[in-house]
Write a protein of this length. Structure first.
Length: 164
């Protein structure tokens, strides 16, 4: 069901993981699984991302922290860079992002940080095809944006780099 959320952004909202179509549910479950492999000793906020490629293959990434903060890497960028490095001939269809924490329950959908949104936007522009973004927490609602541009409406792109 479409629902307007913060800043009048319209997303599809499912009340729980169980309500998702099977391919989306599988992607979110893979993101949840890989979040358990995150290295997050400082924030204790464990993020997982799973990407479905147009071949239907799924690649994953989890956040990797570093004591020399902020030189760690978010799950979304770990996954997207891996996908491009190993599957550069394939397009990204969708990305699922989820998280859990040691100190509290993550019951609201987790959204990517600004750097991750810009990185995902780059690939959306590169492949000239929208990337669906699925966001959830440990439990609760699942938000789906049909394009990264939905969550980054004034994204920086190559047009801004041209001096014409």
């Amino acid at each position: 069901m479409a629902k307007k959320l913060k800043h009048n952004i319209e997303l599809t909202v499912y009340s729980s993981l169980d309500d998702l179509p099977s391919k989306d549910k599988e992607l979110v479950l893979r993101a949840k699984e890989v979040s358990r492999k995150a290295y997050a000793p400082y924030s204790q906020f464990y993020v997982g991302a799973a990407i479905r490629l147009d071949s239907d293959e799924i690649v994953e990434g989890s956040n990797q922290e570093n004591m020399a903060y902020p030189s760690g890497m978010c799950a979304e960028r770990v996954a997207i860079y891996y996908a491009n490095s190993h599957h550069s001939d394939q397009k990204i269809e969708s990305i699922a992002v989820t998280a859990f924490a040691k100190r509290f329950d993550v019951t609201d959908p987790v959204s990517p940080c600004g750097a991750c949104r810009q990185s995902m936007a780059e690939y959306e522009l590169k492949q000239n095809q929208p990337i669906r973004l699925l966001m959830t927490g440990e439990s609760g609602e699942v938000y789906i944006a049909e394009s990264i541009e939905t969550v980054l409406p004034f994204m920086f792109n190559e047009i801004e780099l041209k001096n014409e």
